[in-house]
Ligand binder design. Structure first.
Ligand code: 4GO
Length: 246
């Protein structure tokens, strides 16, 4: 999959390609990551990318032309039919389902805004989707674009190794993760749950699933609402709550 990010801070964005899972995917040529700086698409001597807002008020707005030219350049490098996504708190909220949908694409252009954002007219002419990481404000779209890329790349076929991708067991989908433990068996007087030391794989799978259900119920009831639990899941959750109260 090919990613192109439009950003005034290209070095900030390229760091995601230097570490971990995304770094490995880049090295193995499972993805490409390119960056277009609107400043390289200015034509005035001052290389101006921002200007004062019409109507007045504080802050600056990213100018139409340099951003439009940067998007055009990015699209020119990618296959036909790669959508252009603008990151902002006004967008549709990003989630795992959206990450999955994006993995079907040959590529993605992500626009990282700065200042008060981009000239509104870019939405009609150049932008296909507006996406938000959640209800908070960042000083730039770069970190949001990097998060979206990370979430997509780890879902691409062949990116995670066999042991890493166990975390994608489909029956855990839509739930919070279960607790994890590693050596030593006792730390600060706290023991690893016996079941995890039992070697009974079926019991361990069941325990983890029950924990995932229970944690989701307690911390994110909105997630469970969406899942419509069947009888067996209801029973496991009831067991969790009973054990919790003991
Ligand atoms: C995205 C971008 C928040 C998000 C942003 C978010 N803030 N919640 N700030 O995903 C326009 C200029 C948007 C700064 C950008």
């Amino acid at each position: 999959m090919q990613f192109d990010v439009v950003s005034l801070f290209p070095e900030m964005v390229s760091t995601i390609g230097e570490y971990g899972v995304v770094g490995r995917a880049l090295k193995r040529e499972l993805i490409t990551l390119d960056i277009e700086n609107p400043r390289d698409h200015t034509i005035d001597v001052h290389r101006t990318v921002d200007d004062r807002p019409y109507g007045g008020g504080p802050g600056m707005v990213m100018k139409y032309e340099p951003v439009a030219a940067a998007i055009d350049a990015a699209k020119g490098k990618l296959p036909e039919g790669c959508p252009v996504v603008y990151l902002s708190p006004q967008g549709q909220v990003f989630d795992q389902a959206m990450a999955k949908r994006f993995t079907e694409l040959p590529g993605l252009v992500l626009i990282a805004g700065r200042y008060e954002g981009i000239d509104e007219r870019l939405h009609a002419s150049h932008i296909d989707e507006e996406v938000s990481l959640g209800d908070f404000v960042l000083s730039g779209g770069e970190i949001a674009a990097m998060a979206v890329i990370d979430a997509i790349v780890r879902l691409l076929p062949g990116v995670l190794g066999d042991d890493e991708s166990a975390a994608q067991d489909s029956f855990m989908e839509g739930l919070l993760d279960h607790p994890h433990y590693t050596r030593p068996e006792v730390v600060a007087g706290s023991r690893v749950p016996d079941v995890l030391l039992s070697g009974d794989h079926a019991e361990i799978v069941k325990w983890r699933y029950k924990q995932a259900l229970g944690r989701s119920y307690l911390r994110r009831p909105d997630l469970l609402e969406k899942l419509n639990l069947d009888d067996e899941q209801q029973m496991l959750l009831a067991e969790f709550l009973k054990e919790q109260s003991q």
